[in-house]
Design a protein around this ligand. Structure first.
Ligand SMILES: [Zn+2]
Length: 396
């Protein structure tokens, strides 16, 4: 498992360890740095002795690394002295969140580019939204590069790097192989932006970014399937903290899986009964509206709500049909669905879970949660920030 796993992993250090390759002294040192930073990223106010316990490293190594990280400004003594055992009181340490900044940009499935400057804690320091006005191809690249440059100029601390979330198929070299949305084909986005800004650039598919963003909320050690319901439907599978890409970088292309063969709505791809035809926001909203109109026209005004709920139930059922084999195969317990609350909440997600329940063994279902993703609005931007933190500092 070569570069591909290391380029978009949120747990590079862990993955490297699990691969069991021989560790050179410089690798060990940078791995130890990551362990210290990671411990402080998860919890503020640890003393050097706490760090030694948390990382399994010796006190001497910890003192040395902490000295180095303080010298770089990444770690600071937070001032509060506290006693963490017998002996002299020790100083509490913290990640200096303001010591570095990250630029993140999200290309939405709509017509905007949204960018932020964030600190190491993910707090947004500056935000800019640019209307794309239908720009595609090299015009869209130029617009994006200008935005990144403007954002970089707003940084309040040295920049670690730039994270870009884009629709389409993205490979491990940061090349957008194909994005019909922007009419991009084989656009070397990482290299273009890196050359322009002189910064490290990470490019990630938007659904994978949303998955990483969702994961940055909570436990990184667990597995997550994130399903994104927007103009289209896609999924991100994150296993052991790493995004699953597939050999051709097409993992997660769930939208055109046919769930009702020979029946159901016609899809943009030309087939009938694709998951996306059932679930994409525009199609779902249109069917909900039509069902309401039908009920109203039939003089059954009291039935309008029921009719709309029935449409959402049907869509949720189709989602469950598509998810059941994934849940069973991967042993997933956490499925987060990102999309508009008014369509997803309640009926639709309940129906999805019911459909999964009807298709898998009870033991597979035991701990399964099908829920709406948290913090929907900024998921992709947060994921792009998380990716930069992971690739530069090893923070997850
Ligand atoms: Zn389709």
């Amino acid at each position: 498992m070569g570069e591909r796993m290391t380029t978009t992993t949120v747990a590079g250090a862990r993955a490297a360890r699990s691969r069991g390759r021989r560790i050179r002294p410089e690798d060990a040192r940078s791995n130890n740095r990551r362990l210290v930073l990671q411990a402080l990223h998860r919890e503020d106010g640890l003393s050097r002795a706490d760090l030694a316990r948390a990382t399994g490293l010796s006190q001497v190594t910890i003192s040395d690394l902490v000295g180095e990280l303080m010298g770089e400004g990444l770690v600071a003594e937070s001032g509060a002295a506290r006693r963490s055992g017998p002996g002299a009181p020790s100083r509490a340490l913290a990640l200096a969140r303001g010591s570095r900044n990250v630029v993140a940009v999200s290309i939405s499935s709509g017509d905007t580019f949204e960018g932020i400057v964030a600190d190491l804690g993910g707090d947004v320091l500056f935000r800019e939204v640019v209307e794309r006005r239908g720009a595609t191809g090299s015009d869209a690249v130029a617009l994006l590069a200008d935005l990144v440059e403007r954002l970089a100029a707003r940084a309040e601390a040295p920049l670690l790097g730039v994270g870009v979330s884009t629709p389409g198929v993205v490979d491990g070299a940061g090349v957008v192989r194909e994005s019909s949305h922007l009419a991009w084909r084989d656009v070397a986005l990482r290299d273009i932006l890196s050359e322009r800004t002189g910064l490290a650039v990470s490019v990630v598919n938007g659904v994978n970014a949303a998955g990483l963003g969702e994961l940055s909320h909570g436990q990184v050690d667990h597995d997550l399937l994130l399903v994104r319901i927007g103009a289209g439907v896609g999924a991100a599978a994150i296993i052991n903290g790493s995004v699953v890409h597939g050999r051709n970088w097409t993992a997660g292309e769930l939208g055109h899986v046919v769930v009702t063969e020979g029946a159901g709505p016609v899809c943009a791809c030309g087939r009938t009964g694709c998951l996306e035809a059932w679930l994409s926001v525009p199609k779902l909203e249109a069917r909900v509206a039509a069902a309401r109109d039908d009920a109203a026209a039939g003089g059954r005004s009291g039935d309008e709500t029921d009719a709309a709920a029935q449409v959402r139930r049907e869509a949720g059922h189709c989602l469950g049909i598509a998810l059941a084999p994934l849940v069973a195969t991967l042993g997933l317990t956490d499925v987060a669905v990102s999309g508009p609350a008014h369509l997803l909440d309640g009926t639709l997600l309940d129906a999805a879970r019911d459909a999964i329940a009807a298709r898998v063994l009870p033991i597979v279902l035991a701990d399964l949660v099908v829920r709406r993703a948290e913090g929907d609005g900024d998921l992709r931007l947060r994921g792009a920030v998380a990716l930069v933190l992971s690739e530069t500092l090893g923070l997850t």
